[in-house]
Design a protein around this ligand. Structure first.
Ligand code: B12
Length: 213
């Protein structure tokens, strides 16, 4: 079994090929997909964030690290998905308007799929209207919004307000998350749930639908 620190290092250094190859080998060797995410990929991305904050990294480094993380996640995502059982709920998931960060959102989506939810991934820069359309047309019963920028957090409130105006707020539970989001903020904007992690998102989604955690 290879040393999985190689995977951690590959994401930090933005080496997508090594990240992909190491992930493939680890999965073939029986390492659990969730272990790869929680013990190697997420800590690596946290270190990338730390380097960015201390000006050791700039936007180009962020991008190549994000690409390496995605290369690994693409292999892991399908494995986290449910085994074909009836979905426990349908989630309209997206990064809010003005915001292009999608790594956390993708992890949340993968974890929700792993938790038995059907995920309608609306992508990034998602408007209130797009969330409303997913509720009305695709019958989503959870709206899950991600925001990484303090400047895009207000889009969450806008979406919740528009869901009310469209008369569908009562049909859905609203979950929010992303690095700048707090429980207090979730309460302020009238969301039904908040979690600081992708794993917590699954428990929160189940809880809001009244299912056992
Ligand atoms: C990678 C990154 C980028 C990449 C994004 C690539 C991509 N495809 O996503 C690129 C280079 C494109 C980028 C661009 C920008 N970025 Co940026 N970026 C980051 C960085 C380093 C990491 C974010 C990340 O992926 N984290 C890893 C994931 C796994 O964590 P996460 O997103 O928080 O998600 C977890 C939880 O929050 C939660 N979660 C997330 N969403 C949801 C949703 C729900 C419903 C739930 C329940 C939970 C949940 O679960 C996830 C898993 O546990 C952060 C720094 C940081 N420490 O956060 C800055 C950061 C977010 N970026 C920042 C900035 C300023 C920008 C730019 C404006 C830079 C620029 N000058 O152009 C642009 C904005 C572009 C735009 N319009 O969106 C700032 C934001 C500052 C602020 N106060 O708003 C940060 C904080 C860096 C900093 N300290 O200055 N960025």
């Amino acid at each position: 079994m290879q040393d999985l620190k190689v995977l951690h290092k590959a994401v930090i250094e933005g080496d997508a090929r090594t990240a992909k190859r190491t992930t493939e080998q680890a999965l073939a060797g029986g390492v659990k997909p969730l272990e790869l995410v929680q013990d190697y990929l997420m800590p690596a991305m946290a270190e990338v964030g730390r380097r960015f904050e201390t000006n050791e990294y700039f936007v180009p480094e962020l991008l190549i690290s994000a690409r390496a993380m995605k290369a690994a996640l693409e292999l892991i995502r399908p494995l986290l998905a449910a085994s074909g059982a009836e979905p426990v709920g349908r989630v309209a998931l997206g990064t809010v308007k003005g915001d292009l960060h999608d790594i956390g959102k993708n992890l949340v989506g993968a974890m929700l799929e792993g938790g038995g939810f059907e995920v309608l991934d609306l992508g990034v820069n998602v408007s209130a209207e797009q969330f409303i359309a997913a509720v009305k047309e695709k019958k989503a019963n959870i709206v899950a919004m991600s925001a990484l920028l303090t400047t895009t957090m207000p889009s969450m409130k806008t979406t919740i307000d528009r869901l009310k105006e469209a008369g569908v707020r009562d049909q859905v539970k609203v979950l929010i998350g992303g690095a700048p989001i707090t429980r207090k903020y979730a309460e302020q904007v009238g969301a039904d749930g908040y979690s600081e992690s992708a794993a917590g998102a699954v428990a929160m989604a189940r809880q809001t639908l009244g299912l056992k955690a």
